[in-house]
Design a protein around this ligand. Structure first.
Ligand SMILES: Cc1cc2nc3c(=O)[nH]c(=O)nc-3n(C[C@H](O)[C@H](O)[C@H](O)COP(=O)(O)OP(=O)(O)OC[C@H]3O[C@@H](n4cnc5c(N)ncnc54)[C@H](O)[C@@H]3O)c2cc1C
Length: 395
């Protein structure tokens, strides 16, 4: 399959990005399908893979150099994650270590940045748990029920989160909790605050983490807070303003997840091309049939188109623009492209698509997640309808 060409002469970061891609691909080659299959069967955490990425510095790509990271842009980070997925690996085990720190970077105090960012950059501290979703509120984040009440020099947290990924493999958690009751706030988006919870201290002392057995090996958990004490110095930014801080970080997250979807789509397309060229039925390669070729070609074209939106969103972000529409469209289009490619790849493989040995069924399950998380397709469409097209809010 031919590689995507650069955007043009103005694409000045292309050389550096190409070199990053090559290094990431070399690292990923050490973690072939057998490795991921075994982890999937055991529902085990890919600790060796995460350690290799950490050591190579990829997870600190977005942390500025003054705090020990590489100070790279979102385009670079997106290329890293795309390459991981394209190699058949799964960046979901640790992608949050790349971007969750953005809330501290953008809204934390000088002391908080100095205390946490260098240790996150080195990998000494893992900040890859992000507690937003709750069982009752779901997508309606402003209705979340976990509370944080101020008592002198600390807050007391009570409540529950669900689907908190990687909580068992993280030292810190970025937590969104209600600090002012919903009916007492002046503006709709106020009353929620963001905290850093040190889970190493809290486990067994107000914090309980329970794994959720799920369709994919994603280290998902539910988390319970029972009078958990969080020092007031762990509040990020101003009290009651946390929802805005979280929204700020979500655009970068959406672009990065979209780039993972592009990587997945490319993996499925390559896998299908290889199989269609080699599998002979009725005395000819199945790839000779247009019924097999066309879905592959269509998936390729849609992936390339979605990738343009991902690149646009990442470039605009790196140039300091607000990217709500582009980040949402990138996530929507890339997740659709990866899902269409997954379905096509499974169909191309016929019965063997269902066999664990080919990795198609595992990747098929894994990429399905991005229709739902971190934001579901319907909610993206609602965003575009309301905020881009000016249609009435539907909910
Ligand atoms: C494997 C996995 C890992 C996750 N990791 C994390 C994590 O680390 N941290 C975290 O905080 N969350 C995490 N999540 C949660 C994820 O972000 C939510 O599942 C997702 O945002 C959808 O919320 P919900 O499941 O509560 O669905 P609901 O909000 O209950 O929605 C159910 C369905 O209804 C649709 N819907 C809801 N409201 C509307 C509307 N107004 N109009 C049209 N359709 C609507 C939705 O699109 C969805 O399809 C994870 C989820 C999974 C499955």
């Amino acid at each position: 399959m031919s590689e995507t060409r650069d955007l043009g002469p103005e694409d000045d970061g292309a050389e550096e990005i190409r070199s990053i891609r090559a290094s990431v691909a070399a690292l990923c080659a050490e973690f072939p399908g057998e490795y991921w299959r075994a982890k999937d069967t055991e529902r085990a955490y890919p600790a060796e893979f995460v350690a290799a990425l950490t050591q190579a510095g990829y997870l600190a790509a977005l942390i500025p150099e003054e705090f020990g990271g590489s100070g790279l842009g979102l385009r670079h980070a997106a290329a890293i994650l795309e390459e991981i997925q394209k190699s058949g690996c799964n960046g979901a085990a640790c992608h949050a270590q790349m971007y969750t720190m953005g809330t501290i970077l953008r809204h934390g105090s000088a002391e908080q940045k100095a205390a946490w960012l260098p240790r996150i950059a080195s990998g000494d501290l893992r900040l890859q748990a992000f507690g937003v979703t709750e069982p009752t509120s779901g997508t309606d984040t402003l209705s979340l029920r976990t509370t944080a009440e101020r008592h002198g020099d600390h807050f007391i947290v009570n409540g529950q989160k669900v689907w908190t990924s990687r909580a068992e493999h993280s030292d810190l958690m970025l937590l969104l909790a209600r600090t002012t009751p919903k009916d007492k706030v002046e503006r709709r988006g106020e009353g929620l605050s963001v905290f850093i919870v040190d889970m190493r201290e809290a486990l067994g002392d107000g914090l309980t983490v329970r794994p959720i057995r799920a369709m994919i090996n994603h280290a998902a958990t539910e988390v319970f807070f029972d009078n958990l004490k969080v020092p007031a110095e762990n509040l990020i930014g101003e009290v009651d303003k946390g929802f805005r801080y979280i929204l700020d970080g979500m655009n970068a997250e959406r672009v990065l997840i979209a780039s993972e979807c592009i990587g997945d789509a490319r993996w499925f397309i390559q896998k299908a091309v290889d199989y269609a060229g080699g599998r002979e039925v009725f005395g000819a390669p199945i790839g000779k049939n247009q019924g097999i070729q066309f879905p592959i070609a269509k998936a390729y074209a849609k992936t390339e188109a979605a990738d343009l939106m991902v690149q646009k969103a990442a470039s605009l972000f790196d140039d300091g623009h607000r990217i709500g529409p582009e980040a949402n469209m990138a996530k929507l289009l890339a997740a659709e492209a990866s899902w269409e490619a997954a379905d096509m790849c499974l169909q191309t493989h016929g019965g063997f698509g269902f066999s664990e040995e080919y990795d198609v069924e595992r990747k098929f399950r894994e990429t399905r997640l991005y229709q739902v998380a971190p934001i579901s397709t319907n909610l993206i469409l609602s965003y575009i309808a309301e905020h881009v097209l000016g249609l009435p809010r539907s909910y």
